[in-house]
Design a protein around this ligand. Structure first.
Ligand SMILES: [Zn+2]
Length: 233
């Protein structure tokens, strides 16, 4: 037993002796690695401490009030862009008349052809639109506008004049005296303004009818047909 122990020790000593340098190197490496690790850990810890300290510092020095930056930048009102272009379309709205009365067309606009007027026994132009219907038939305003005047005469009966946009003026002649509008009144397209009356006037030969005229911005009589829904298609 003792002999074998000695042999083992001898073998161990031989192993140590043989690998002494290797073992020393390993030990050194472990020692260096441990030192490096310890040093690094210490540095990291000390750095953390510094960081913690520096974080606290700003909060103490931030007691200085920050300068108000509001007045330096005056809020300029933003210019509304595109408004003029958007307002344009309302100006170009098409004017379309409704018929001023339900009835038979017994006279059309004619400013270059003379038409014989049996009542007046003369030839003349007829710059108007005649619609024949029974007495009491409603007469309607052809478009939105304002009543300019309501007058009466032997020749033209009761006459209503209504002004519209674009300088247009519509004239409703040969009405009964029971008109339902007065000067200055705003009227809408289709509003009843009066009724067709017994015709004791300058176009008596046509029977009871509405004599409808349209004048432009210059006061010139123009053909109303171009403004009727059926006429401008
Ligand atoms: Zn007429």
């Amino acid at each position: 037993m003792e002999k074998s122990k000695k042999v083992k020790n001898a073998k161990f000593a031989a192993f140590i002796k043989k690998n002494l340098y290797l073992i020393l190197m390993i030990v050194c490496v472990i020692a260096i690695a441990t030192m490096v690790a310890v040093t690094y850990a210490t540095k990291q810890h000390s750095t953390d401490g510094v960081v913690d300290a520096s974080v606290d510092v700003p909060t103490d020095t931030s007691s200085e009030p920050s300068e108000p930056t509001g007045p330096s930048e005056p809020s300029e009102p933003s210019e509304p862009t595109g408004t003029p272009e958007e307002a344009e379309p309302t100006v170009t709205e098409e004017i379309v008349f409704c018929m001023p009365a339900e009835g038979e067309v017994v006279g059309v606009f004619s400013n270059d052809t003379l038409v014989y007027n049996a009542t007046l026994n003369q030839w003349s132009t007829h710059e108007a639109y005649d619609l024949a219907a029974e007495v009491g038939t409603e007469v309607k305003c052809v478009f939105d506008g304002t009543v300019k005047s309501v007058t009466s005469s032997v020749l033209r009966g009761t006459e209503v004049v209504i002004e519209h946009k674009d300088g247009l003026t519509s004239v409703y002649s040969l009405l009964g005296s029971d008109v339902t509008v007065s000067a200055g009144q705003a009227v809408k397209k289709g509003d009843v303004i009066g009724c067709i009356a017994e015709s004791g006037t300058f176009e008596k030969h046509k029977g009871p009818h509405l004599h409808f005229e349209l004048r432009d911005a210059n006061g010139e009589k123009i053909d109303p047909m171009q403004y009727f829904e059926v006429g401008n298609k």
